[in-house]
Design a protein around this ligand. Structure first.
Ligand code: ADE
Length: 226
C-alpha cells in the first residue's frame, strides 16, 4: 500500500525510479543494502506482474509485507504472521481430480525461504506488544469478511491469515528460483467487522511492516559484511 512504501521511501538513498506499464520501482540503498521498493497493488494479478518486474530488474530476494485478516483463532489485530508456506484458496480444479487449491502442474503450496523466514521472525520480535507467529498464508482475490469465510480457510487450509497477493508473489519467485518471504500484520479478523477494522488499523500495522523490513535489511547488511 502507499502508506507502507512511503515510510520506506523517506529513507531511501540514491533514489531513482523505473516505470513499467504504470508500475513504479524505486531503486536505491536502504540500510546499506541495494533495494527495489514498490507497491504490489491489490490482488494476485497485480502482485504477479509487479514481482515479474522486480525479478527482471535483478531482485535476488523478495520481501513482501502487508496486512491480512486473521484466520487462526488466537490471532489479534497487530499480530504478525511470517509465512512458512502459501496457498491460493480461490483455486478449485477438484472437478478434474486435483486437490483443493492446487493449480495443475504446480505444488499445492509454495514454501518460503528458510533464511528469510528466520530473519523476518527475528526482526518481527523487536516490534513491541504484538504476538509473532510462523504460519500459512492463504491468498485469493476476495476480501474475507464473514465467519463462514474464516471457517472455510481454517478447515480447508489450516491458514493462519487471509490476504490477496502473497501466494502470487510466491508462485512467480518459485518459478524463477528466487528466495522470498511474506510478512503480514493482522488488520482485522476477517469476520463481519473486517472492513471497519481494516481501515482503522492500517496506519499502525504499516509502521510495524516498515520496522520489520528495516530490521531484516540491517541483519542482511551485517551478514554480508561479516
Ligand atoms: N487484507 C486485510 N484483511 C483482509 C481480509 N479480511 N481478507 C483478505 N485480505 C485482507
Amino acid at each position: 500500500m502507499d502508506e507502507e512504501i512511503e515510510l520506506l521511501l523517506g529513507d531511501l538513498q540514491e533514489h531513482t525510479e523505473l516505470t513499467f506499464s504504470g508500475v513504479t520501482l524505486h531503486k536505491g540503498m536502504l540500510d546499506g543494502v541495494p533495494v527495489l521498493v514498490t507497491r504490489g497493488g491489490i490482488g494476485k494479478v497485480n502482485a504477479a506482474m509487479t514481482t515479474t518486474y522486480l525479478l527482471q530488474q535483478g531482485a535476488s530476494r523478495v520481501i513482501f509485507t502487508g496486512v491480512a485478516g486473521g484466520v487462526h483463532p488466537d490471532l489479534r489485530v497487530g499480530d504478525i504472521v511470517v509465512s512458512t508456506d502459501l496457498v491460493q484458496h480461490d483455486v478449485d480444479v477438484t472437478a478434474l481430480g486435483y486437490g483443493l487449491g492446487t493449480i495443475p502442474g504446480e505444488e499445492p503450496a509454495w514454501q518460503a525461504d528458510k533464511h528469510l523466514h528466520e530473519l523476518a521472525l527475528e526482526a518481527a520480535r523487536d516490534v513491541d506488544g504484538v504476538q509473532v507467529v510462523a504460519g500459512r498464508v492463504a491468498s485469493g482475490d476476495q476480501f474475507i469478511a464473514s465467519r463462514e469465510g474464516v471457517q472455510r480457510l481454517w478447515k480447508d487450509y489450516k491458514a493462519s491469515c487471509a490476504e490477496m497477493e502473497g501466494a502470487a508473489v510466491a508462485q512467480v519467485c518459485a518459478k524463477a528460483g528466487v528466495p522470498f518471504v511474506v510478512i503480514r500484520s493482522i488488520s482485522d479478523t476477517a469476520d463481519h467487522d473486517a472492513n471497519v477494522d481494516y481501515r482503522t488499523f492500517m496506519p499502525l500495522v504499516a509502521r510495524h511492516a516498515k520496522q520489520v523490513v528495516r530490521g531484516m535489511l540491517s541483519r542482511l547488511s551485517a551478514q554480508s559484511s561479516a
